[in-house]
Design a binder for this molecule. Sequence first.
Ligand SMILES: O=C(O)C[C@H](O)C(=O)O
Ligand code: SF4
Length: 515
Amino acid sequence: MNIEKFQESMYKLIVETSTKLPKDVRRAIKAAKERENAGTRSAMSLATITNNIKMADDNVSPICQDTGLPTFKIKTPVGANQIEMKQAIYNAIAQATKDGKLRPNSVDSLTGDNSGDNLGLGLPVIKFEQWEKDYIDARLILKGGGCENKNIQYSLPCELDGLGRAGRDLDGIRKCIMHSVYQAQGQGCSAGFIGVGIGGDRSSGYDLAKEQLFRSNDDVNPHEDLRKLEEYVMANANELGIGTMGFGGETTLLGCKVGVMNRIPASFFVSVAYNCWAFRRLGVAVNPETGDINEWMYQEGEEVDFGATEAEKETAASVEETNVVELQAPITEEQIRALKVGDVVRINGMMYTGRDAIHKYLSDNDAPIDLNGQIIYHCGPVMLKDEDGKWHVKAAGPTTSIREEPYQGDIMKKFGIRAVIGKGGMGPKTLAALEEFGGVYLNAIGGAAQYYADCIKSVEGVDLMQFGIPEAMWHLKVEGFTAVVTMDSHGNSLHRDVDKSSLEKLAQFKEKVFN
Ligand SMILES: O=C(O)C[C@H](O)C(=O)O
Ligand code: SF4
């Protein structure tokens, strides 16, 4: 095999997967967009999402800043040198990271050190299998952390919120799947895709669930019962009304694929792998002699192009109908108290990134800069340094805020921070702090990393670089950065409301459907 050529083919697969959504995923997003009523928050979010997909296409830049945990599934003809292929994949991963197509995402679990090149113990994941065919089938999924955290595994029988008992039968499985969509809310950047694995043990069950994410979203399950189950979930999950980013709306789920394997008598697992709308998985058929790509997978059918001008117009139009407030830090308590859930804010000026490592750090240490009246952005961007040592933002969407729940309220009070931007919402502790102190939670559109990178006009500095690129505190100057107030200083939370109403709707699916 021409291994240099194979490495080049793997590099192409990585770049294409990170920057261009496959056609089956685009079709699902397009259909969701057509279902959503113009002018709603969900419609506005979907317009931002499609606009972002288009920008990623045009810029050949990551669709989302979290380029995930790369997982390769490779089938090789008997005799192919898998050791050599593995090294070529490592090289291609390191190169794609250097080129800003992947965020350095490989972190030492104990020390927190970022390897900087996406390599390290156990990463990337590469699963080889041999087969009788005469070509290499190489598939890649880049599954981000926010949606990965919303995976869930049920051990039947069990009691489920809203649904009651789930027994060891098809109907119990049905309840688990409906519950899995409910518990994800908008935190995994809904609308999402789910892969479900029935049976196995805890680890093979999850593997089976993830395996389902490699099926085309348009296929039909050949197993009769599973086909019925998939169709049932697709027909009913949207009734939960969680909507894009958990804003409420018509589309919550874009795909559901279910697989089954045997189990041992005592165990009955239903494992669900949740994937965000930024469903980045592609595949190629490679010639085992030349290393060239013969064919791309998941690319049947017409091009689904999200025309930028049309999307931009729609985004702008839906924003105009809402109350738009301009914000510039430092922000006063009075300005914050004037904001209400549902308002759209447009931010100009400075904001500072802070996510997991920074929140932990700030709870024990002083801030490196004066944060009084400032805005914290829950974001781990993709950054590149040019020859002059200047940093450039390549992708910069929000991260899931709920992880900072234990710290957020205390830190806002300690440093006088008036606004935090993130996605998926926060819990009761933060809501109480916002009310007491005069703060606001702003929801940006998860995954819209190109859209927000475009709003960032310059990088003015960086602190705490020892935490690595995604976790450092970046000083960003923005223009026209748009987000929605979803938690205000009057005790209102859109997230709490959508959770409550979707739980009520979930209870409508309590009655037996399958025997
Ligand atoms: O790590 C990130 O940038 C985001 C993460 O994928 C998330 O959804 O929270
Ligand atoms: S931020 Fe959202 S879109 Fe990006 S990887 Fe995380 S869950 Fe997916």
